[in-house]
Design a protein around this ligand. Structure first.
Ligand code: NAD
Length: 474
């Protein structure tokens, strides 16, 4: 096979890689997109964000149905058909993945299925089903992502020990599920399995779930989990794990330092993700990596090799799909000569638990750690008409405000639909909005978005639906 010559090669077709390929093609570049999986879309689309949100939505209905009798509406015992649930989830994934392939084709992007390996700074060798294919390129964008960490001690070679990939296949509803790690994945998938009826136990190293979120935002999620999960244990580690017949034998040790032996039907390991940097041939380039293997980049997504850029999870930082997509834009703009940067860009975070937690910009904990003087204005959802109509008053909206300029530096929301609400906060922070901008912008009633406006009114000492907590001179 003759080598393929291209202007831009993108390695990896997740939300970073395909976004980069599409944008580069739209700007008139000749683009080759290389992906080892037959399906485009990466972890997010095939084995991450999308399937997990489908499962959270579908299984959340079980809880709604079970807990709605006091509203005068009750159902019979719900029936879960796992095959149908899985097929429905897979149909969404298929549709989206097919859509990505369609859009790539329409843009004239050549897609090559195979595993890429850098032979040099401007040459890739790709192992395809048809054999080796060499690629010569002017610029490469590495977007190969990350995979779930599975520490050796937990890797029993037993399919009952799952990472998120296997857990999303919902092969069965285990009676007893152990979740190791109370972060994004542990809490989201713990919720899916608890919704389905599993008795879920979470063990977490630290003294809280969702370590990146401010404690007041994590609290309603913790409350929900305490009610619906079997147990959450903090400052606890797993010291031994082995196969015992059809069960997994697990020994944990909590703050009391006493070993506790238990047996679980399945275990979900959700202790973080690792960069997919093995067998990439990076040693044949000038690309530099940090001690964990993430590729070092500057604010333009350039690596130490002038021909190679890196974006998304492989470039470190927060491992979020929308961060990858933003970095894709910056990388492509840099290649075409625009002065683009990721510096100062606000990357929101959303945890799709019940209730959802979302934040953007400065958190209260960060402000404290960095000694930044801020004022925090909170609006509790118990005072929101819309929250009451959803029967979900377990929410809070808070603004983190610079007392001098009144600019909004950060926003944190916990509550039903927080993941949708945070977008307004991102725009406000990006545009340098002040609390007054939010307070004086008319928000539709009755909506949860009013909680942002009312939190701003709390800052000025004159909220409508709650009592002022302070007097303020204006
Ligand atoms: P995480 O970093 O969110 O949480 C891992 C948790 O495991 C931490 O709280 C950590 O203290 C704990 N832990 C680590 N080792 C442990 C051990 N041996 N025993 C007990 N606890 C241990 O990681 P994750 O949940 O695996 O998710 C990985 C990444 O995927 C996240 O960083 C996130 O960026 C991304 N993700 C995002 C979303 C979303 O945007 N909604 C959803 C899922 C995953």
């Amino acid at each position: 096979m003759d080598p393929i010559k291209t202007e831009i090669v993108v390695l990896g077709a997740g939300p970073g890689g395909y976004a980069a390929a599409f944008y580069a093609a739209d700007l008139g570049k000749k683009v080759l997109l290389i992906e080892q999986d037959k399906k485009l879309g990466g972890v997010c689309l095939n084995r991450g964000c999308i399937p997990s949100k489908a499962l959270l939505y579908a299984t959340g209905m079980l809880v709604q149905a079970k807990e709605g009798a006091h509203r005068g509406i009750s159902f019979g015992e719900p029936k879960v058909e796992l095959d149908k649930l899985r097929a429905w989830k897979n149909s969404i994934v298929e549709k989206l993945s097919g859509g990505v392939a369609f859009l790539a084709k329409k843009r004239g992007i050549q897609v090559l299925t195979g595993r890429g390996y850098f032979e040099g700074s401007q040459t890739l060798r790709v192992e395809t089903a048809e054999g080796q294919q060499f690629v010569n390129f002017e610029k490469a964008i590495v977007a190969v992502g990350s995979s779930a960490a599975l520490p050796k001690a937990f890797d029993l070679g037993n399919p009952r020990v799952m990472t998120s990939t296997e857990a999303l296949e919902v092969e069965e509803i285990p009676e007893d599920l152990l979740v190791i790690g109370g972060g994004y994945i542990g809490m989201e998938l713990g919720t899916v399995y608890s919704n389905l009826g599993s008795k879920v136990t979470v063990v977490e190293f630290m003294d809280t779930i969702l370590a990146g979120a401010d404690p007041d935002l994590a609290r309603p999620v913790l409350k929900y989990a305490e009610k619906h999960f079997k147990e959450l244990r903090f400052k606890t580690k797993v010291t031994q794990m082995s196969t015992k017949g059809k069960k997994i034998r697990v020994v944990t040790q909590g703050p009391d330092k006493v070993d506790k032996e238990e047996f679980f039907d399945r275990v979900l390991v959700s202790v973080g993700r690792v960069p997919r940097c093995q067998d990439l041939g990076l040693e044949n380039t000038k690309v530099e990596q940090d001690e964990k293997g993430f590729i070092k980049v500057n604010d333009k997504q350039e690596t130490a090799d002038p021909a190679i850029m890196a974006i998304g999870d492989i470039a470190g930082g927060v491992l979020l799909a929308h961060k990858a997509s933003k970095e894709a834009r910056v990388a492509v703009e840099t290649i075409v000569g625009e002065n683009s940067t990721t510096s100062g860009v606000i990357i929101p975070a959303v945890v799709f638990t019940d209730p959802e937690v979302a934040w953007a910009g400065l958190t209260e904990a960060e402000a404290k750690a960095k000694n930044i003087t801020v004022e925090v204005a909170k609006f509790p959802w118990g005072a929101s008409g819309r929250a009451l109509t959803y029967d979900r008053t377990d929410g809070l909206t808070k603004l983190i405000i610079c007392p001098e300029t009144e600019r909004i530096l950060g926003v944190g929301i916990v509550g039903h639909g927080a993941g949708e609400l945070i977008a307004e906060a991102v725009v406000a922070i990006e545009m340098g909005a002040t609390a007054r901008d939010l307070a004086e912008s008319v928000h539709p009633h009755p909506t949860l978005s009013e909680t942002l406006m009312e939190a701003a009114e709390v800052f000025y000492g004159h909220p409508t639906h709650t009592m002022p907590t302070k007097k303020r001179e204006e």
